[in-house]
Design a protein around this ligand. Structure first.
Ligand code: NAD
Length: 338
């Protein structure tokens, strides 16, 4: 099976090479078609950050494994990340946050185990970028929420929760204030909930949800939210399990899906071979499971968990009194634990 791979900018090539090395060492039956996407492609004059050949390859293969990408600042260019999600209608952004042994957090120290999946609507809401100056002093932004757009992401969340064997699915919203937009999202949530009687469906106002996630993250299972609220709540959850170095992400569409880490290009540490490849590896494991490579995913995941439990670390986490490995050495430590 062949997938498209874009290494990305900044630390992207370093962490992608580390992850592909781990896949190859485990004999994952994937071939890679490397495509041209990212900042250097903007610099070549393509205003959406990808070449027509890259777009064609991704559309043919249906799966894109991507490193983080930088959008040049200034007018006339669009974020390659947002463009990719919109072009291919990857309407559901799934992020899994789990306690990892060896990654100390206030919760792991208290013996509280976290396993929360956030499903964020990925296309609508204020991300349409429809905003303008009404007067010199008044800026206006429009927010759109549609019934079909809400239904496709909410249905995905329920299906995923059922497959995962989840007990509870929660809708985060602000329908008490945004009665029409968030009200519509919440209405669709409860309509679809009727088809999944085995799941305990409930809802939380997003500010209360944020507080409860911080106090008792272990009582949540699957949470589905609109785009902007989902963006904020998912970064909050990344913090609960140890930070952006441990936050994977999948952008799911009906024809094309994109797997990437939540973090960015980390320009402050790029080119030094010290970045933590774990988030991209966890994203890659989600991709392997999505493609049916479940055995490879299980072996690599066990090796990763054992490596973390041993206290093996890159410079951004773990016991600072222990020496940190570089990106390549960290990948080799995982391979040694297969
Ligand atoms: P960032 O996530 O790149 O970095 C934030 C901090 O976290 C930095 O200190 C960085 O060193 C650290 N960090 C991030 N990933 C790390 C890793 N794997 N290992 C160790 N440390 C890590 O966020 P930023 O600085 O706000 O953004 C930098 C660029 O990335 C921007 O151009 C932004 O647009 C882009 N970005 C891209 C994506 C994407 O491609 N999906 C996502 C977010 C940001």
């Amino acid at each position: 099976m062949k997938i498209a791979v874009a290494k990305g900018d900044g630390i992207g090539p370093e962490i992608m090479d580390a992850v592909l090395k781990i896949f190859d060492a485990n004999g994952v039956g994937l071939q890679y078609d490397f495509v041209e996407m990212g900042k250097w492609v903007f610099d070549k004059g393509y205003s959406n950050g990808m070449t027509p050949q890259a777009q064609q390859t991704i559309e043919e293969l249906g799966i894109l494994f991507k490193g983080p990408m930088e959008t040049p600042k200034g007018k006339g260019v669009k974020s390659v990340n947002v463009t990719a999600r919109k072009t291919w209608n990857t309407y559901a952004n799934k992020r899994v946050f789990q306690t990892l042994h060896g990654v100390d957090t206030v919760f792991s120290k208290a013996g509280i185990k976290i396993d929360v999946t956030i499903v964020r609507e990925n296309i609508e809401d204020t991300y349409g970028g429809i905003e303008h100056m009404l007067t010199h002093d008044v800026a206006l932004s429009r927010r759109f929420i549609t019934r079909p757009g809400s239904a496709q992401v909410i249905r995905y969340a329920f299906e995923m929760a059922r497959q995962k064997g989840a007990r509870r699915i929660t809708c985060g919203h602000k329908a008490n204030i945004m009665k029409l937009t968030d009200g519509l999202f919440l209405e669709v949530f409860y309509e679809i909930a009727k088809e999944y009687p085995e799941l305990n469906a409930d809802d939380k106002i997003v500010d209360d949800l944020a507080m409860q996630l911080v106090i008792r993250p272990d009582v949540f299972d699957v949470v589905v939210l609109t785009n902007l609220q989902g963006d904020i709540v998912s970064d909050l959850c990344a913090g609960l399990v140890g930070g952006l170095g441990f936050a994977p992400s999948a952008n799911i569409g009906d024809h094309i899906s994109i797997f990437e880490a939540v973090h960015g290009t980390a320009p402050d540490i790029a080119g030094k071979n010290i970045a933590n490849p774990t988030a991209l590896l966890l994203s890659g494991l989600g991709m392997l499971r999505h493609l049916g490579f479940t055995e490879n995913a299980a072996v690599i995941e066990n090796a990763l968990l054992y490596t973390l439990e041993q206290g093996t670390r890159t410079g951004d986490f773990g016991d600072r009194s222990k020496p940190a490995l570089n990106t390549t050495e960290f990948a080799e430590a995982i391979i040694a634990n297969f």
